[in-house]
Design a protein around this ligand. Structure first.
Ligand SMILES: *[C@@H]1O[C@H](CO)[C@@H](O)[C@H](O)[C@H]1NC(C)=O
Ligand SMILES: *[C@@H]1O[C@H](CO)[C@@H](O)[C@H](O)[C@H]1NC(C)=O
Ligand SMILES: *[C@@H]1O[C@H](CO)[C@@H](O)[C@H](O)[C@H]1NC(C)=O
Length: 442
């Protein structure tokens, strides 16, 4: 054999060898995360805004974002588990204790929604967040989830927050963070198709033919993202995502078999003071889509504001939609519109102790008889009294409230949300509780 032939053989043989390796290990096909026929618990976890800060220092000065201790003077409010109500992020001890609680106490769940903001804030000029900090943050949080749950049985579905990219707030088209996260999240077997690598958003089937999650990259709608224009420009990543969203919602509505979706994202459209967090056109287009496709949207989950609040998307006439906040004084005057609520916006408080740390366990309908499969029937919110935790040297998550008791309804579909908000409007003691829980009893 001449040397050219042997070279050809070597090349071909290597190719053949590679081919057989590929054949032997089938590609991981995206699948619905919870298999059909699994015994569902009818519960899932929603957790948000972990903001893990490995540089947090007990006793440090909050003016240094809890990174440095003042000369000869420890700050007694900068506790082992966090500094309540400051601009400091979450100490490792708090995050560790949170996952210990989850591992021990929150076992009977079907899946996990994590609405992002993993990495600490880039606020400290003396300790800027580096690329490595971002990578390590994402890897650490993955590790925590995997230490608490077998992600093959209890899948976890994450989204991207405004502190999760390489540049604070500014996530662009084809952002490098997408492919980075795709490789960090590989063990999760998520459906990270080309929409994810170009835009950071994806559809994830959870229960086959019954429940899917539309996981949005809210950074493309976020007012504070300076690199992206409003959705009025048809080439803006926000407008492209909006089109993708409508295409998907239309698909499920057309399917007409009660296949429901949950929408999740980091930043909600509305802040806790009622102001818009999305760019003006993105905001109105988004609310109108929620209204238009409300019949297939069983839940809308966000974080970011650190507050607990409930908003209803209600019709405004002429196919346009607006919202009503649960503690709005005008809620009692719009009972007729509230009865026509299309979607409820659930905003959960955070782990980072802006208020007390908290997380939620939702109960959803798995019968599909009285309500569509996936309809939210209740939730329990667990929280830590952080001052007590710091004083005692140990973290205790306890039940703060049960939604069915606070809102006096047992189905959080559109009409149920309308009733819930009417209840808050007319019942003084419920309203007082709602306001207390908005700041997680801090
Ligand atoms: C993957 O995403 C596509 C839309 O991009 C969706 O149609 C499909 O159902 C998803 N598959 C799974 C298994 O989640
Ligand atoms: C589901 O529960 C039923 C009744 O408890 C049991 O017989 C069955 O084996 C369980 N199926 C799975 C997949 O765990
Ligand atoms: C007011 O709301 C609270 C909390 O939902 C409930 O326990 C109480 O029974 C309500 N009171 C009235 C008069 O409806």
């Amino acid at each position: 054999m001449g040397w050219i032939q042997s070279l050809t053989c070597i090349t071909t043989c290597v190719l053949l060898l590679q081919q057989s390796v590929v054949d032997a290990v089938p590609m991981n096909e995206p699948r619905a995360l919870v298999e059909r026929g699994t015994n569902l618990t009818g519960k899932f976890l929603h957790i948000t805004d972990i903001h893990l800060d490995p540089k947090y220092l007990e006793g440090a000065d909050p003016d240094t974002y809890c990174h440095r201790i003042k000369k000869n003077k420890k700050d007694k409010d900068t506790g082992k588990y966090g500094a309540l109500g400051t601009r400091c992020d979450s100490p490792t001890a708090l995050v560790q204790a949170t996952f210990n609680f989850l591992k021990k106490e929150i076992k009977d769940i079907d899946f996990i929604l994590y609405t992002g903001d993993t990495v600490r804030h880039d606020r400290d000029d003396d300790l800027p967040v580096t690329k490595n900090d971002v990578l390590n943050g994402h890897k650490s949080v993955m590790k925590y989830f995997r230490s608490a749950y077998n992600i093959k049985n209890i899948p976890y579905v994450p989204t991207i927050g405004n502190n999760d990219g390489f540049n604070h707030n500014d996530v662009v088209k084809n952002d490098k963070i997408f492919s980075t996260l795709k490789s960090i999240w590989k063990p999760l077997d998520l459906n990270l198709t080309s929409s994810f690598t170009s835009g950071g958003y994806y559809v994830q089937d959870v229960v086959p033919n019954k429940l899917s999650i539309i996981n949005l990259n809210s950074m493309y709608f976020f007012k504070k993202n300076d690199e992206i224009s409003d959705c009025s420009s048809s080439t803006s990543p926000g407008a492209i995502q909006m089109k993708w969203l409508e295409r998907n919602l239309k698909f499920y509505q057309k399917k007409n078999n009660n296949h429901q979706v949950y929408l999740m994202g980091h930043v909600p459209p509305i802040d806790d003071d009622g102001s818009k967090l999305y760019k003006s056109k993105c905001y109105s287009q988004y609310l109108n889509l929620l209204g238009k496709y409300g019949s297939v949207i069983s839940g809308h989950f966000t974080g970011h504001t650190n507050n607990d609040n409930l908003n209803a998307v209600i019709p405004e006439g002429k196919g346009k939609f607006t919202y009503m906040a649960a503690d709005d004084k005008e809620a009692s005057g719009v009972k007729a519109s509230l009865a026509k609520t299309y979607v409820g916006l659930f905003n959960a408080p955070s782990i980072i102790p802006v208020h007390n740390p908290a997380l939620r366990v939702y109960t959803y309908d798995t019968q599909g008889k009285d309500y569509p499969f996936g309809t939210i029937r209740d939730w329990e919110q667990y929280y830590v009294d952080l001052k007590k935790a710091n004083k005692k040297g140990t973290v205790k998550y306890q039940l703060e409230y049960r939604a069915s008791e606070l809102y006096n309804v047992d189905h959080f579909d559109g009409p149920g949300i309308g009733q819930a908000i009417s209840h808050i409007a007319k019942n003084k003691s419920a309203r007082k509780l709602y306001k207390e829980y908005a700041n997680v009893s801090a």
